[in-house]
Design a binder for this molecule. Structure first.
Ligand code: FAD
Length: 237
């Protein structure tokens, strides 16, 4: 793991979002050493250390994995934020968010999807297939017009002296981009990744979970990632 490369690294997600690793505490060895404190021991060489880590994850010995912490700065549309903060372990370990009361929104702070997904027929929470061709393009143009109109009304209200906390009622709530900072330990991050990289999670959060896994979690914790893919994602025994 090369902390110099990882920390401060930013990965683009969706049309205007990103995830940036702000800080990282610990590595695979920190997990192994936390487990070995039970008998006041430490590393016993690569092969035995990796074997122990796999044993810990396979048997859901959770607390050694909580010794590693990640701090991310995230920019994502509110539809993603709303689902993200349902993970209470992120709350317990810290979330700080941009305030629409302090910071005025900008005209391009809105999410514009690449494609329009269609409602799934037999799953009320899911989508399947996409709207192709001119109909999709027309819908996107209408969405952009809708954002523009809302933003004009937002600006007009501010010019009339309306407080930012109320003027924002004119903005497209689910689409507006927010920035927040979250801190989470490796165990609870794996729980989040497991749920939010899954096919039944909404695409607008799945891409953030996937970015975190591929660009930060895997390079930071290669053994843990391998064990996570084996025992949790693939469910092997
Ligand atoms: C595909 C999908 C669809 C969803 N749809 C909806 C929906 O329609 N409506 C909706 O409201 N939510 C929905 N959710 C959110 C879901 O109900 C959970 O709130 C969210 O996934 C967080 O999961 P969690 O509680 O396991 O995680 P966390 O809140 O991060 O908690 C992690 C684990 O810690 C433990 N824990 C945390 N807090 C407590 C506590 N206070 N007491 C006891 N144990 C605790 C639990 O074991 C929990 O599994 C959906 C989630 C997904 C992935």
């Amino acid at each position: 793991m090369n902390e110099k490369i990882l920390i401060g690294h930013r990965v683009d997600v969706l049309d205007k979002g990103w995830v940036e690793l702000q800080d990282l505490m610990g590595d695979d060895l920190a997990i192994v050493n936390a487990a070995r404190v039970s008998f006041l021991g430490e590393s016993k060489g690569t092969e035995r250390d990796k074997k122990l880590l796999f044993y810990l994850l396979r048997n859901r010995h959770t607390t050694p994995f909580e010794m590693v912490e990640f701090k991310f700065r995230v920019r994502a549309p509110l539809v993603t934020w709303w689902q993200w903060v349902r993970h209470r372990t992120f709350h317990y370990q810290s979330v700080n968010a941009q305030s629409g009361r302090y910071t005025p929104f900008q005209e391009d702070d809105f999410y514009i999807p690449d494609v329009w997904r269609l409602q799934a027929k037999d799953n009320k929470q899911a989508s399947e297939g996409t709207l192709e061709g001119p109909d999709g393009e027309a819908l996107t143009r209408e969405l952009v017009e809708h954002y523009k109109r809302g933003y004009q009304l937002y600006e007009k209200a501010i010019q009339q002296g309306i407080a930012r906390e109320m003027a924002r009622l004119f903005l497209s709530g689910f689409a507006v981009y927010y920035t927040w900072i979250v801190k989470v330990d490796a165990w609870n991050l794996m729980h989040f990744l497991h749920l939010r990289m899954a096919d039944d999670a909404q695409m607008e959060i799945r891409v953030y979970a996937r970015a975190i896994f591929e660009h930060f979690f895997k390079p930071a914790l290669p053994w843990t990632s391998e064990a996570f893919e084996t025992y949790i994602l693939r469910g092997e025994d």
